[in-house]
Design a protein around this ligand. Structure first.
Ligand code: GUN
Length: 287
């Protein structure tokens, strides 16, 4: 059996179309263009690519966008001053600080993210949004997991009562993904580097989400026949070769549905960011 391919491109195009329509409705009702500010500190090459993709998506959808480039030597105080400026800037409805920050700011990362006005926190990383998500209240939700969930729903994959296993417990993907699947009545297990007999756990999954950051980590023997496999990993194994956390060629013979890398979940992240900017703008203009 070869698995059904869940193409990020197809779903992302639909999500972006929806966001563009809502952006036009905001313009018509309020005469305001939704705006995103992305702060990038330092020269991380992967981050440069991601930020360029976000800027391009804004242009494509008619969303105002500013990219603020700050040197790797930027201090916490300088970064916080910039965030404060954007918190009060009426043209900006969404603020995103691209991660990872340079080494010198790693320990202060959460304090920096906490400075973003929760209403403009389009990454959904602020404790207010994290808390609201875990309470089942409306929130700005991290883009990668919310894109995965929306894709699963649109693809008609059943969630209610299903066993979902997430490999990886990051604040960006693993934890919010668990909250989203739990809210849809899945039975959720979160695995990590200390999990004993990982393969035995993953083999129970009807929905398996891989977010570990290790190339081809999920092998065919770890997957239940017919399971839906969502690969969140983006690992560069050669200058022009990206692979996911799933051994795609082998796993697609076992799985019922699978996302490819590239061309999978990565495209959904940018699309959901656009949606979050539009949602943030709608809420700010309402209040
Ligand atoms: N770096 C990798 N993924 C993300 C993301 O979703 N948001 C931000 N801000 N940085 C990232």
């Amino acid at each position: 059996m070869t698995a059904r391919l869940l193409s990020g491109k197809e779903f992302a195009a639909k999500f972006k179309e929806d966001a563009a329509k809502r952006a036009r409705a905001i313009e018509a009702a309020h005469g305001v263009t939704p705006g995103l500010a992305v702060i990038i500190v330092g020269e991380d090459p992967a981050s440069q690519v991601y930020v360029r993709n976000k800027d391009r998506a804004c242009a494509e959808l008619g969303i105002y966008s500013e990219v603020l480039r700050m040197p790797a030597t930027t201090t916490k105080a300088e970064l916080i001053a910039k965030i404060d400026e954007l918190n009060y800037d009426k043209r900006i409805h969404g603020i995103l600080v691209q991660l990872p920050l340079p080494e010198a700011l790693h320990r202060e990362e959460q304090e920096i993210l906490d400075r973003i006005d929760p209403a403009k926190d389009v990454d959904g990383f602020h404790p207010v949004n994290v808390g609201r998500l875990s309470l089942g209240q409306s929130a700005l939700v991290p883009c990668t997991p919310s894109g995965c969930l929306k894709m699963l729903e649109l693809a008609g994959i059943p969630l209610d009562g299903q066993r979902a296993v997430i490999v990886g417990r990051s604040n960006i993907v693993g934890k919010p993904m668990a909250q989203l699947l739990l809210a849809k009545n899945a039975t959720v297990t979160v695995c990590h580097s200390h999990t004993k007999d990982l393969a035995a756990v993953t083999r129970e999954a009807d929905i398996l989400v891989a977010a570990v950051g290790k190339p081809k980590f999920i092998t065919a023997d770890m997957v239940k026949p017919g399971a839906t496999v969502i690969d969140v990993g983006i690992n560069r194994i050669a200058p022009k070769k990206l692979v996911g956390d799933v051994d795609f060629d082998a796993v697609q013979e076992v799985a019922g549905a699978i996302t490819p890398v590239p061309g999978g979940v990565g495209l959904l992240t940018v699309a959901m960011l656009m949606e979050n900017v539009v949602t943030a703008a709608e809420l700010q203009l309402k209040s």
